[in-house]
Design a protein around this ligand. Structure first.
Ligand code: PA5
Length: 482
């Protein structure tokens, strides 16, 4: 059975229930001991902290300061994206996203989770939807490989940049624009470009207006890493055949469930438990470890969400600090054979978050061959998914017995709705974590300085001082090994 084979939207969501379970037994002192885990008193104090954080969240949401939380119930943009998908399905063989960071990671995560893992290499007829490439780097070799793979005349390039100024995306755009013009002519360009950017500001929006390009808006108050449920993610995903209606229905359910009391509220608890583990148990790293290939990019997406949102040098009151919990990506069972040794016996600075799926969409049975081999007979007739899930459970238990805390997020099945629920829960949780740490989770001032040095080195006007400052940096040849 193919995974989500050619499903797209009717705009009526399927039934959404029982989408995610949070199990934090292995974070408690009962499982990992009082030095490593949380005690009943910690959980009691957490209740108060979470109640205050939720109150703060709801007040800010009411003032319109957290529009990401209302995206799942928007109908206008999803409708436009579904329409695009319907017409694009016949017209294009490929959709190529030009975007980076929050303009790319959510799309990659959902695409990998919800379309068959072989989507891009399936025959056109079987696939039924355009192939989707997310060009989120400027490595010339990687970008050229995508351009060579995609026939320009059958490709839609979706240029996505909220600021409309990001060097990586704009460079890609300039290359593509030039190639389209040279090979298809200036008029035909419009058929092959879709711009997703701020509704009013930025160079991209100006180009949309001056060149009459098709465009979709990114709501001004929604930052890149919270934008997967805007046109940023929805347009390319719908065009690749993802059921965005169910994705949003799952996300909407997560927002609905966010009204639950603290100790029954997954978004609040995920934030609160990790906050306590970081601040009281020195678990300054959070290893996100899905046990499903299809969820591996969700761990990448989460890495940006958690790290860029929570890694801050300043508290809300201006006090200098160095806040954050480093999200690290791992994949089960693969990384049991590369990283697990460290998690079992290395520094006691990590919480592991397992992400599991009870029932895989595709199954493979291990045939009953080599039954006579004692070391292999236990595998005969069992499912690969069953083995993977027992490895997840076994690893969690082994870590706990070694005083290594973990928690688990598990979905009965990976569906559009359960993925939407998981991602929205993690976004809500990130903003709640910001409140607990008393930092602003919605900005990213730390990435600016590196950009300025790049501008200086690239000779951008008005950044001459940055080039000078760069070259003033002391470089001692004795520390360079040729
Ligand atoms: O989360 C963020 O805000 C960033 O990661 C941005 O998404 C990223 O820098 C790309 O920015 P833009 O969409 O403006 O090109």
């Amino acid at each position: 059975m193919a995974q989500q084979s050619g499903v797209n939207d009717s705009s009526k969501p399927s039934k959404v229930e029982n989408l995610l379970t949070l199990d934090y037994n292995n974070l408690t002192s009962d499982a990992v001991g009082p030095e490593n885990g949380l005690e009943a008193g910690d959980l009691t104090s957490l209740k108060g902290l979470l109640t205050a954080a939720a109150k703060d969240f709801n007040a800010r949401r009411k003032k319109g300061l957290l529009p990401f939380a209302d995206l799942p119930t928007d109908t206008e943009i999803p409708k436009a994206c579904r329409k695009l998908a319907d017409s694009g399905r016949k017209k294009y063989e490929n959709v190529v996203v030009l975007g980076i960071g929050g303009s790319a990671l959510g799309t990659s995560a959902v695409f990998k989770a919800l379309r068959p893992l072989n989507h891009n290499i399936q025959e056109d007829k079987k696939r039924g939807w355009p192939r989707l490439f997310v060009a989120d780097n400027i490595d010339p070799e990687g970008f050229l490989a995508i351009l060579e793979e995609t026939d320009l005349s059958k490709t839609l390039f979706n240029v996505i940049s909220k600021s409309g100024a990001t060097a990586e995306t704009m460079s890609q755009f300039m290359i593509v624009h030039d190639r389209l013009r040279k090979s298809l002519g200036a008029e035909a360009i419009k058929e092959h470009l879709l711009i997703t950017t701020d509704p009013e500001n930025g160079v991209l929006r100006r180009l949309v207006q001056s060149q009459g390009l098709s465009a979709l808006p990114i709501p001004p108050g929604v930052g890149g890493r919270f934008s997967v449920f805007t046109a940023v993610g929805l347009a390319p995903l719908a065009m690749a055949g993802v059921n965005i209606t169910d994705l949003l229905a799952g996300a909407a359910k997560a927002v609905e469930d966010f009204a639950a009391p603290p100790m029954a509220n997954k978004a609040l608890l995920f934030a609160g438990l990790n906050y306590l583990m970081t601040t009281q148990k020195n678990r300054t790293n959070l290893v996100m470890m899905p046990y499903a290939d299809s969820l591996s990019r969700v761990a990448d997406w989460f890495g940006q969400l958690w790290n860029e949102s929570l890694g801050k040098a300043e508290l809300l009151d201006g006090t200098r600090a160095a806040i954050g919990q480093t999200a690290i990506k791992a994949l089960g069972a693969t990384d049991q054979h590369s990283q697990l040794q460290l998690y079992m016996e290395g520094p006691r600075d990590k919480t592991i978050c397992f992400i599991g799926v009870d029932d895989f969409r595709n199954q493979i049975k291990i045939p009953a061959v080599f039954k006579d081999q004692g070391e292999l007979s236990y595998l005969c007739g069992r499912g690969l998914g069953e083995l993977l899930n027992f490895e997840r459970l076994g690893t969690a238990r082994a870590l706990a017995e070694n005083g290594r805390p973990s928690l688990s997020l598990t979905s009965p099945k990976l569906t559009s709705a359960s993925l939407g629920y998981l991602m929205q829960t993690l976004m809500l949780s990130t903003v709640i974590s910001g409140s607990l740490y008393r930092i602003n989770p919605l900005n990213q001032p730390g990435v600016e300085l590196g950009k300025k040095f790049t501008y200086g080195l690239m000779g951008r006007k008005s950044y001459e001082d940055m080039a000078e400052r760069y070259h003033q940096g002391k470089i001692n040849k004795k520390y360079i090994v040729p």
